[in-house]
Structures are given as C-alpha cells and as structure tokens.
Design a protein around this ligand. Structure first.
Ligand code: SAH
Length: 209
C-alpha cells in the first residue's frame, strides 16, 4: 500500500510515510472488510459511513503539515484510522465523531494499539471544539458546503485546515492557511466524501423514528 499507492503517487514526507507503515489499517474496518483493508479504495465502516481511500488520507495529512508540537482537531473521526495516523505526527489529537457507536469502536481500537495522545468527543464537529483551540491543524473527513467559520477562528496562526467543500454529490479537497491573520485557500483535488451533518454543515435528513 505505502509503496504502490502512496510513494508512487507523490507522497514523499518521510514522517507521513512512516506513520502509514506503522498503523494497521485492517484493525479499523469491520471484520468482514479486513481482507480489503489495504486496497486502493474507500470501505464501508457501518452506519452509512466510509473509511477514506489510503491515498486521500495521505494527501490530506501531508497537506496539514503538522509536527510533534501541534494539537490537531480531527472532525468526523469515523473509523479512527486517520486519527491514529495523526497521533503519530502531532502532539495531541482531539477527535470528534457524530455517531456514538463509531466513536466507541474507534476509541477501543486506539486503546488496544496503545495510542494515548487522543481525546474523543461525540457531537457536532461543524462547530469545532473551542475548549482546546487554537489548533495547529484542523482536518475533516466529511464534506460541508464551505469551511465553517468556527474552524478558521479556532486555527492557530500558521495553522492549516484540510477539508472537502462543495455540493453533496462531489467536492473539492481544500487547504486553508492562516498567516498573520490572513486566510488563503487552495484547491487540491476532486473528491467524494460523505456529508458533514450539523449546524455549519448539512441538515440531518434521516427520518426521526
Ligand atoms: N477519517 C474518517 C472518515 C470517516 S467518514 C476515517 O478514516 O474513518 C466521516 C465521518 O464524519 C462519519 O463517521 C460521520 O459520522 C462523521 N460526521 C458527519 N458529520 C459530523 C459532524 N457534524 N461532526 C462530527 N462527525 C461528523
């Protein structure tokens, strides 16, 4: 996976590649998906959600450019795979997931792997997590119409946000950088993510029973 899918496609940050070497992706997917865990595609993780394709996670994490002194906010932590990769690169990771069942499962996997520098919360990550701000990086694995204002407000100077933005049917992976109070944004690639459901994302359309 690291050789063929990441290095050959231009992922060249040694720390990022080392993190992918160390995190066992098969542990983060449901048992019946484990044999596909190192394939070049997203996989279902239950509750209509997906773990992103390894390459997309690598592009996002590489663009975030975090180091061991940074706190990172991971919105929509889902399976916990990207959270675990970030935990290898950052000082501390704050992870928010909307679906309790997924958060519980991912917390169990991270604990069993001995990953200790992650704090989880269940809730609406479209509002960020102001208590632990500012963050050196904010990353999101679900698509919103645009980057929520609260994320920009919670970003440290010199920090970056990497998240998909645009319509529900397809988005642009966007990198936002804040420097000397100035915010710039740059498109990275076309992607298709599940929806960020919340106050600064999309409305919840599931019928309430
Ligand atoms: N990086 C994750 C991607 C999971 S898919 C992984 O590697 O597995 C995106 C996740 O975002 C889903 O689990 C979904 O439940 C979650 N999500 C959607 N809206 C959210 C919100 N407002 N706050 C937190 N999590 C949200």
């Amino acid at each position: 996976m690291v050789e063929q899918q990441l290095r050959k496609r231009g992922i060249d940050d040694p720390a990022v590649l080392a993190a992918f070497e160390q995190v066992p992706r098969h542990r983060f997917v449901p048992e019946d998906q484990a044999r596909y865990a190192y394939e070049d595609r997203p996989l279902p993780i239950g509750r209509g959600q997906t773990i992103s394709q390894p390459y997309v996670v690598a592009v996002m994490v590489q663009e975030l450019k975090v180091s061991s002194g940074d706190s990172v906010l991971d919105v929509g932590s889902g399976s916990g795979y990207q959270t675990a990769i970030l935990a290898h690169l950052a000082g501390h990771v704050y992870a928010i997931e909307r679906i309790e069942e997924l958060a519980e499962r991912s917390m169990g996997v991270l604990a069993s792997l001995g990953v200790a520098n992650v704090t989880f919360r269940t809730g609406d990550g479209s509002l960020g997590w102001p208590e632990h701000a500012p963050y050196g990086g904010i990353i999101c694995g679900a698509g919103a119409p645009d980057i929520p204002e609260s994320w920009v407000a919670q970003l440290a100077d010199g920090g970056r946000i990497v998240a998909p933005t645009g319509g529900a049917g397809g988005q642009t992976l966007t990198a936002v950088e804040k420097r000397d109070g100035k915010v710039t944004r740059r498109p990275l690639l076309d992607v298709r993510f599940v929806k960020l459901i919340g106050r600064d994302g999309w409305p919840d359309e599931e019928p309430r029973l």
